[in-house]
Design a protein around this ligand. Structure first.
Ligand code: GLN
Length: 188
């Protein structure tokens, strides 16, 4: 198994570290020719969704990646990655891959509560640490999308088929369980 990590901007190195701790080989996607290598899953890291969206379009990565995700490639988007996958972003006219039946709210916690840490229940895993950085949350899921975690009444993790998103950053804590969850999604 090989997992590709989108490495244009943001917290991609931390995701690679989590995968390596799980013994899962990974490589970075930085340019179009990186897509020639085979991979079984994709991680889209946190950072700035607008920057990553712009760079993917400029580098010719956007359309090939969108096609693969729409075709069922397992994908895990954290924070900005969640925004890139969402079909709707309530406070932004731009959408990107628009493959997941969720409505996200960008920078949803405002400036004061921009960053915080908490622990909460994740369906199928249990109580896990959650670090939020200028995070979005999910206002609503529809269709096949399923809620996996909520914090203070807001949806912070969801899954739809082969797509997994978290508003928080599991790659910034020691806990490997969400990455393990994604690896199991790829295996099944
Ligand atoms: N605020 C960022 C955005 O809008 C997401 C923050 C993050 O990924 N840590 O893309």
């Amino acid at each position: 198994m090989k997992v590709a990590v989108l490495a244009l901007q943001g917290a991609f190195a931390e995701h690679k570290q989590m995968l390596s701790r799980l013994g899962v080989p990974s490589f970075e996607i930085r340019q179009k020719r990186d897509l020639d290598k085979p991979f079984d899953g994709l991680i889209i890291p946190g950072g700035e969704s607008t920057v990553q969206g712009k760079l993917m379009r400029e580098l010719g990565l956007f359309e090939p990646l969108r096609e693969r995700i729409a075709g069922g490639l397992p994908v895990f988007g954290t924070c900005a990655g969640l925004l890139l996958l969402a079909k709707k972003i309530k406070n932004d006219d731009r959408v990107h891959f628009a493959v997941m039946d969720i409505t996200a709210v960008r920078n949803a916690y405002g400036r004061q509560l921009g960053s915080f840490y908490t622990e909460a229940e994740f369906k199928g895993i249990g109580q896990i640490p959650m670090t939020f950085i200028r995070a979005p949350y999910i206002e609503d899921v529809s269709g096949e999308a399923e809620v996996l975690a909520t914090v203070s009444g807001h949806i912070v993790a969801a899954r739809e088929g082969n797509q997994l998103v978290t508003a928080f950053h599991p790659e910034l804590n020691d806990d490997l369980s969400v990455h393990k969850y994604f690896i199991n999604m790829i295996k099944n």
